[in-house]
Design a protein around this ligand. Structure first.
Ligand SMILES: Nc1ncnc2c1ncn2[C@@H]1O[C@H](COP(=O)(O)OP(=O)(O)OP(=O)(O)O)[C@@H](O)[C@H]1O
Ligand SMILES: NCC(=O)N[C@@H]1O[C@H](COP(=O)([O-])[O-])[C@@H](O)[C@H]1O
Ligand SMILES: [Mg+2]
Length: 396
């Protein structure tokens, strides 16, 4: 029970990170009459446009973060990105604030080392072989031990930033430099993973709520340069594979605890299912659920974190999503081709409204449903190919 937003009895949700995923979280929270506050490192972030109010803040600055949260006193602190001073969240939780799903889950998943060691070493989940390195020399040694090809990623990055494949030992230096440039926070530590030759990869959206754990039908996806370009639901896999995948997802999410949605990333290989990583929040590949499920991943997250019951998730139709990324940079740009994209059957478009583009930045997503998942994939990709990011160079 709560009062209207902006009154003394309101229920207040504060979002840390205000991109395309957070925008949908805010919309779902607003639908339940929740007061919403959006925070990100830049002005006019997507979720800021739909929240009651917003703040621009360096979320890696622990003092600034604590000051804001103590002043705002939200009922729920909802991390939307990984790059947050998670030590501050742990402190705030000790003071009685509610961090979603828990401050520990945010801290462990903020860097690849925390979650990988928990999954592989504590829980014994199958993963690719891995090493950590703090210098080029250590990286060279790790590459020798794991063999090539292997994948190198900064321990703190997302959406493939700073990630590269090391194909021969001579590539190590180039990979090291790529990781340094792409790391999200200051720091040089990288993870080196044996390259997994997977048949396919999936996100298993797992919801922990007061009613227990519920799995969404598996989402298949394709990534380019470590970033998602296409996703679909349901992904065809055997009953045995699904059982393995759900067992892994249950184990890791039970260990992280709290209520909310988790995006559990898994590789399906000839030798079984491997755990890759987990986001304790909605997942980019899960945007497809805006067209496929009775409750989207965003609606599920909000429902679970508010403590409401959730007995099951229903897939209404097969569907797919495809991304639009920009090539150019700057603030003078426009998305064109929306009419052509929307002329395709059972197709919707989400334009995030980011105020500035840079090469590779995700700007929009197309969503298509169909009787058959392959038709949905084709349609969503076709729709995305109709969209263009036009840049006005002389205005920059
Ligand atoms: N060890 C590996 N072997 C083969 N491919 C890999 C490996 N690690 C990552 N990839 C590929 O790169 C993609 C991105 O990797 P990962 O999820 O670790 O990065 P990320 O930056 O956290 O991405 P996001 O934030 O989008 O989840 C994976 O989905 C997969 O396609
Ligand atoms: N893979 C994680 C992911 O997709 N996160 C989503 O992208 C935004 C950052 O985008 P930006 O880099 O364009 O600002 C985040 O705020 C989140 O919505
Ligand atoms: Mg990932």
């Amino acid at each position: 029970m709560w009062g209207a937003p902006l009154t003394a009895r309101s229920k207040k949700l504060l979002l840390l990170g205000s991109g395309e995923l957070g925008k949908e979280v805010i919309i779902e929270a607003q639908r339940l009459g929740v007061e919403t506050v959006a925070v990100d490192r830049y002005e006019a972030a997507p979720a800021m446009g739909v929240a009651h109010r917003s703040y621009v803040l360096d979320m890696l600055d622990a003092e600034a973060l604590k000051q804001l949260i103590r002043a705002e006193k939200p009922d729920l602190i909802v991390p939307e990105i990984e790059a947050i001073a998670t030590g501050a969240l742990v402190e705030l939780e000790e003071e009685g604030f509610h961090v979603v799903p828990t401050a520990r889950a945010a801290r462990l998943t903020m860097d690849r080392e925390g979650i990988r060691r928990l999954a592989a070493e504590e829980l014994g989940l199958p993963t690719a072989a891995y090493r950590f390195a703090d210098s080029l020399d250590e990286l060279r040694q790790a590459v020798l031990e794991l063999g090539t090809p292997c994948v190198i990623k900064p321990i703190m990055s997302s959406s493939g930033k700073g990630q590269s494949v090391c194909r021969t030992p001579e590539d190590a230096e180039g990979c090291w430099n790529t990781a340094l440039e792409g790391a999200r926070a200051k720091g040089t530590r990288v993870i080196v993973e044996a390259f997994v030759t997977f048949e396919s990869e999936i996100t298993l959206l797992t919801v922990r709520s007061v009613s227990g754990t519920v799995f969404c039908p598996p989402i298949g996806h394709i990534q380019q340069d470590g970033d998602y370009v296409e996703s679909w639901q349901p992904h065809q896999m055997s009953g045995a594979q699904l059982e393995e995948a759900e067992a892994i997802a249950r184990k890791v999410t039970d260990q992280l605890g709290g209520y909310g949605i988790f995006g559990v990333e898994l590789f399906l290989t000839a030798d079984g299912v491997l755990f890759s990583e987990v986001s304790p929040r909605p997942h980019d590949t899960g945007m497809v659920t805006m067209i496929t499920q009775d409750l989207s991943e965003f609606a599920l997250h909000v429902r679970a974190i508010l403590g409401f019951p959730l007995e099951a998730v229903r897939l209404l139709t097969p569907g797919a999503s495809a991304t639009l990324k920009s090539d150019g940079a700057g603030q003078a740009f426009a998305v064109t081709g929306i009419e052509e994209a929307l002329a395709l059957p059972r197709t919707q478009v989400r334009i995030f409204g980011k105020p500035e583009i840079r090469p590779g930045r995700r700007v929009a997503v197309t969503l298509s449903s169909a009787e058959d998942v392959e038709i949905a994939r084709m349609t969503a990709k076709q729709a995305a190919s109709k969209l263009q990011v036009e840049v006005y160079k002389d205005e920059q």
